[in-house]
Design a protein around this ligand. Structure first.
Ligand code: CA
Length: 229
């Protein structure tokens, strides 16, 4: 039994029950709550290791919950979305979700995603010995996973950190969206390449003085992105 604690926010009892059953069977400690307010109350006293968050919830919806959370923590979030529209998924990713699954999903698929997200976000640094990097007015520390820009500490999601760290360690090298997906998310059939676009935009908003005229994260039209030191 792992001591990894997962908070599941889902208002449909049948889904909540199945999800909880599979996650417990996979060895996780699981708490299920049925609405966004209950999730906020719970997280004020105990942050989970990972949050599984339904978008459509009574009263306080999933978007509100993730916005609240991202002001405070980079706890990984997997969103459950009932809608097939890309806009819903993009909105979740823009707000800092690490992954999403579209309903209806197989519980086993969700368990796999949970494992993958935890591996990416919790595991010790992949190379172990990477040193902090100073570029311009950016400071990137892979051990503590902290980034400061102009002396201000940033709140980055796990994926935002990984992408910035990757690009900054390969200065001036141009990467396509597919290459960045592979580098940052690993080989995954689930992730849409537009996810990369979303993360680049969010990183620009956090690190660039003028996000519409970036000096670090540059678009190479028709090819992809590069980091300019
Ligand atoms: Ca729902």
């Amino acid at each position: 039994m792992s001591d990894t604690f997962l908070l599941v926010v889902e208002d449909e009892p049948s889904i909540a029950e199945v999800v909880s059953l599979y996650l417990k069977r996979a060895g996780y400690q699981v708490k299920v709550v049925g609405d966004g307010q209950a999730a906020l109350d719970w997280m004020r006293s105990q942050m989970p290791d990972l949050l599984i968050l339904d978008v459509m919830l009574p009263q306080v919806d999933g978007f509100t919950v993730i916005r609240w959370l991202r002001d405070r923590s980079d706890v990984p979030v997997i969103m459950l979305t009932a809608r097939r529209e890309e806009s819903d998924r993009i909105a979740g990713l823009e707000m800092g979700a690490d992954d999403y699954v579209v309903k209806p999903f197989s519980p086993q698929e969700l368990v796999s995603r949970v494992r993958a997200v935890l591996r990416r976000t919790k595991g010790p640094d992949k190379n172990g010995s990477e040193k902090p990097l100073d570029v311009g007015d950016l400071h990137i520390d892979p051990q503590t996973r902290l980034v400061t820009v102009r002396e201000v500490e940033l709140v980055l999601t796990a994926k935002e950190f990984d992408m910035l760290d990757w690009l900054a360690r390969h200065p001036r090298q141009v990467f396509s969206r597919d290459q960045l997906l592979e580098a940052v998310w690993g080989l995954s059939d689930y992730i849409d390449p537009s996810t990369v676009t979303v993360h680049i935009r969010r990183l620009r908003e956090k690190i660039e003085l003028d996000p519409s005229n970036p000096v670090y994260l540059l678009t190479v039209w028709g090819v992809g992105y590069k980091f300019e030191p």
